[in-house]
Design a protein around this ligand. Structure first.
Ligand SMILES: O=C(O)C(=O)C[C@]1(C(=O)O)C=C[C@@H](O)C=C1
Length: 231
């Protein structure tokens, strides 16, 4: 009979055990193959242990899982495969919620259906899907969030972050629209074929909005950018 699970903050002495859990858990999960050799992973995690908030789950004095947190992220949550399905992950996730009461985000590979179901069962929201081009494994992943004690404020904070990027993109795009106008034979004529191509390309990237809405959004952006270019 295993003894009761103990959760405690990791020390540098846990580096070897934490890395062993990470390596074993990753191999057992439906995740893409690791891109770094095991020794590099061990060195990297030892460094992270010094800077990040890492909690280990211990059973019979053996590390059976760990959670690694940075400011508003749950960066790692891994359970030794020999202890899967025994509540270790739930205990670590509950702990993450208690030490990040304002909420946190995490990335999970799309292929990792058991982890996604686990997070969904524990109240995390799926917010974004990527094509994987921005991660090391080049594998589609999903951003999930636990929105904390004040979910409206948490999600509005995420909207503000995206809007900051959107504002920068709108400014860059409007500057290009402006730069193009003097090169056109008749700048008063809009090129609707080109605008349609732009909307179609965007619709592929934002399928949830649907082609017609994207068409209207692109039309509004171009109309207003052309208007700004005339001033
Ligand atoms: O590509 C052009 O011809 C532009 O003037 C730029 C632009 C745009 O902002 O993308 C603006 C107006 C045109 O109708 C089509 C595209």
């Amino acid at each position: 009979m295993p003894t009761e699970l103990v959760l405690r903050e990791a020390t540098s002495l846990d580096a070897h055990d934490v890395a062993s859990v990470y390596l074993r858990a990753r191999r057992a999960a439906p995740m893409p193959p690791a891109v770094h050799p095991d020794d590099d992973v061990r060195r990297w995690l030892a460094v992270r242990l010094q800077s990040d908030e890492v909690w280990v789950a211990e059973d019979d004095r053996a590390v059976v899982g760990y959670a690694r947190l940075t400011e508003a992220w749950l960066d790692d949550l891994y359970v030794d495969p020999s202890r899967a399905g025994q509540g270790v992950g739930s205990a670590l996730l509950d702990l993450a919620k208690s030490v990040r009461p304002d909420g946190f985000c995490l990335w999970v590979f799309e292929s990792n259906a058991p982890a996604r179901a686990f997070y969904a069962r524990h109240g995390l929201l799926a917010l974004e899907r990527t094509d994987g081009s921005a991660n090391e494994e080049r594998t589609p992943d999903i951003k999930m969030a636990w929105p904390g004690a004040q979910p409206l404020a948490f999600l509005r904070g995420l909207i503000d972050e995206v809007d900051a990027q959107l504002g920068d993109l709108l400014a860059r795009r409007a500057a290009l629209t402006r730069a193009v106008q003097p090169l056109k034979a008749d700048p008063t004529q809009r090129d609707l074929t080109r605008e349609h191509q732009i909307a179609a390309a965007l619709a592929v990237r934002a399928p949830a909005l649907g082609a017609e809405r994207i068409e209207r959004i692109v039309h509004a952006i171009i109309t207003e950018s052309l208007d700004a270019a005339r001033t």
